[in-house]
Design a protein around this ligand. Structure first.
Ligand code: FES
Length: 125
């Protein structure tokens, strides 16, 4: 459910943000529901809320592939397709690459993605 919240983000920005729900599912099935500001990436939502399984060594620079995730089948159409550069980077992921594989730093939260489910791989290395 979309929420409007006034808050300070971990990067220091204070303001009112529309928050959308992301459910992160660990490899062992553990689930964590996180409200992520619209405009942030799925990677930022994980890192800022201490969700295990997303390392994001390059901080979203599309240079490390340690933010690999699997988008739930019924959401993959809404997230769009990976760019050519992202596709090249996905060749370097450590866990199995699937048709739903994405780099979470390349998926920006929108209101339409409210409720998205993201599965995390067993490893990023
Ligand atoms: S955080 Fe490095 S490629 Fe996504």
């Amino acid at each position: 459910m979309l929420l409007a919240r006034s808050r300070r983000r971990p990067d220091g920005v204070q303001g009112e943000f529309t928050m959308a729900l992301v459910t992160y599912v660990q490899h062992d099935g553990a689930r964590q529901d996180v409200d992520v500001p619209v405009g942030d990436t799925i990677m930022q939502g994980a890192v800022n809320n201490m969700v295990d399984g997303i390392v994001a060594e390059c901080g979203g620079g599309l240079a490390c592939a340690t933010c690999h995730c699997y988008v739930a089948d019924d959401w993959s159409e809404k997230t769009g397709e990976a760019s050519e550069v992202e596709n090249d980077m996905l060749e370097a992921v450590s866990a199995e690459r699937k048709t739903t594989s994405r780099l979470s730093c390349q998926i920006t939260m929108t209101e339409e993605l409210d409720g998205i489910v993201i599965y995390l791989p067993a490893t990023q290395f």
